[in-house]
Design a protein around this ligand. Structure first.
Ligand code: NAD
Ligand code: MG
Length: 382
């Protein structure tokens, strides 16, 4: 029996994970955490019987505690306290943003397995996360669909036989658009993703292609390949999720209709594989798969992310934090779509890169980037 703590339980990944777990006798939810969604947490707590609960927002935690008639952890240390109290064997981190980093570190330091949807952990604090995994001995099981696919394509393949990893991108809702067209994009248009239904932040990241940039950094950390051996290809159908290119020219691909329950289930049941009621690919009707190179000039966020990854140190933490603030401002209508890229670029140019020595270095870089972007937005808005 795997005892699972779900961080970010009320979100897109969290609720799909609850569905996967409910259908599986060997998986049990022991703890649930979210940000401020009282109704979502209360419903999930009642449905699962999870004993340990947390909401980051103290007022929300108080309301949930009254409704449930039992304590709900809260505050900045809530996730770490929840992991301590939960007695979990696996922690699913499906929090959005760098807010998930400390929980990833804590999980791995304790030697627990980390099912990781929160890619921002690996972007902001990659080497620290890997070091925590080495010290604690727990596994990092990627939930991101591309990385789950790549893990399966790689299997036990000896590294010298691998020539590169290929990450597919849907291209988002604005594939083929010009910069001039992107300047006019509305929030509603950015939130209408062609192939995946996800939380708002990652949906905007998919529209700017920042999501693919974060995933390139994530792949670099998870699989230890240099950036020039990580390829990105646009594939609008989102059926091929990832490919391993071998030194003899063969490509091993992972295919399926886009359905996050598949990688969630794989991470939670690993090394077993459970049945998932996903729609099968059908060969009785013709369909085609298209591939095209990404447009790095129009979608500059992908280029910025790869450059930040190559720069190393705290540069990816700056990129990530600047992007979080810019995306939040785009979602509230304070800035336009192309300003996300401009603000991330500005932060990377002005926040000095430091070595990634410890969590304090990440938090300092993250804080400096947030301050810089907020100040720039205030200037523009004034
Ligand atoms: P979402 O916005 O739907 O859900 C986010 C969850 O995190 C919510 O439960 C929210 O309450 C919680 N949360 C927010 N701030 C918190 C905090 N400070 N402390 C505790 N909980 C907090 O987001 P999502 O789409 O489910 O994405 C979650 C993560 O998974 C992101 O890192 C995203 O990049 C990654 N991911 C998502 C998908 C997808 O299909 N949705 C696919 C791949 C990767
Ligand atoms: Mg992905």
């Amino acid at each position: 029996m795997k005892r699972i703590a779900i961080l970010g339980a009320t979100g897109s990944i969290g609720t799909q994970a609850l569905d996967v777990i409910a259908a599986h006798d060997d998986l049990q939810v022991v703890a649930l955490a979210a940000g401020s969604d009282v109704e979502g947490l209360v419903a999930a707590a009642r449905a699962t019987g999870a004993e340990v609960l947390a909401l980051a927002d103290p007022a929300a935690a108080e309301r949930a505690a009254v409704e449930l008639g039992r304590p709900v952890l809260s505050g900045p240390r809530a996730l770490v306290e929840l992991i301590d109290a939960a007695g979990a064997t696996v922690v699913l981190n499906a929090v959005v943003g760098a807010a998930g980093l400390e929980a990833s570190l804590d999980t791995l330091e304790r030697g627990l397995d980390l099912a990781l949807a929160n890619k921002e952990s690996l972007v902001a604090g990659g080497e620290l996360v890997l070091a925590a995994a080495r010290r604690g001995g727990g596994a990092i099981l990627p939930v991101d669909s591309e990385h789950s696919a790549l893990q399966q394509c790689l299997g036990e393949l000896p590294r010298e036989q691998l020539s590169s990893l290929v990450i597919t991108a849907s291209g988002g809702p604005f594939r083929g658009r010009t910069r001039a067209e992107l300047a006019e994009i509305t929030v509603a248009q950015a939130l209408a993703h062609p192939t995946w239904a996800m939380g708002a932040k990652i949906t905007v990241d998919s529209a700017t292609l920042m999501n693919k940039g974060l995933e390139v950094i994530e792949a670099h950390m998870l699989f230890g390949l240099p950036y020039d051996q990580i390829e990105v290809v646009v594939h609008p159908q989102s059926i091929v999720h990832g490919m391993a290119r071998l030194r003899d020219g063969a490509l091993i691909a992972h295919l399926g209709h886009p359905d996050m329950r598949v990688p969630i289930s794989f991470a939670l049941t690993y090394p077993e594989r459970a049945a998932v009621p996903a729609r099968p690919l059908e060969w009785r009707e013709a369909f085609s798969l298209d591939f095209e190179p990404p447009d790095l000039e129009t979608f500059g966020c992908l280029r910025l992310a790869i450059a930040a990854g190559e720069a190393g140190g705290t540069a990816p933490a700056v990129l990530n934090a600047a992007n979080e603030v810019a995306v939040a401002a785009f979602l509230t209508g304070e800035i336009g779509f192309l300003e996300i890229e401009a603000l991330v670029d500005d932060a990377l140019q002005h926040v000095p890169v430091q070595p990634l020595d410890d969590l304090a270095a990440v938090l300092a870089a993250d804080g400096a980037a947030r301050t810089r972007v907020a100040a720039r937005i205030a200037e523009v808005g004034a």
